[in-house]
Design a binder for this molecule. Structure first.
Ligand SMILES: [Zn+2]
Length: 89
């Protein structure tokens, strides 16, 4: 009797794991269909681009709407010209 109960439990756990995997896979494919896209699933859809950190004040700015400056071959993003000038000066 006990062995049978354990067996049922194991089967139940296995089924739940399988179901969770299936639901996860389904959710992912639905997300891609909904236009969230597989390339940048963590990006903020409102920002319309990647978020970059202003090294001067620490504010996160959208790459498309920030002040850019190439410093030693690396693009640095700023929230304002003030921060950019402070970084350079
Ligand atoms: Zn700033």
């Amino acid at each position: 009797m006990f062995v049978r109960t354990v067996l049922y439990l194991l089967v139940a756990i296995l089924l739940i794991t399988l179901l969770r995997y299936l639901i996860g896979a389904l959710a992912r494919s639905f997300g891609q269909l909904a236009g969230l896209g597989p390339r940048r699933p963590r990006a903020d859809p409102k920002a319309g681009g990647e978020l970059k950190r202003d090294p001067v004040c620490g504010t996160f700015v959208a790459a498309s709407s920030s002040f850019k400056k190439t410093v030693r071959g690396e693009v640095v993003y700023f929230c304002s010209t003030e921060c950019r000038d402070r970084y350079l000066g």
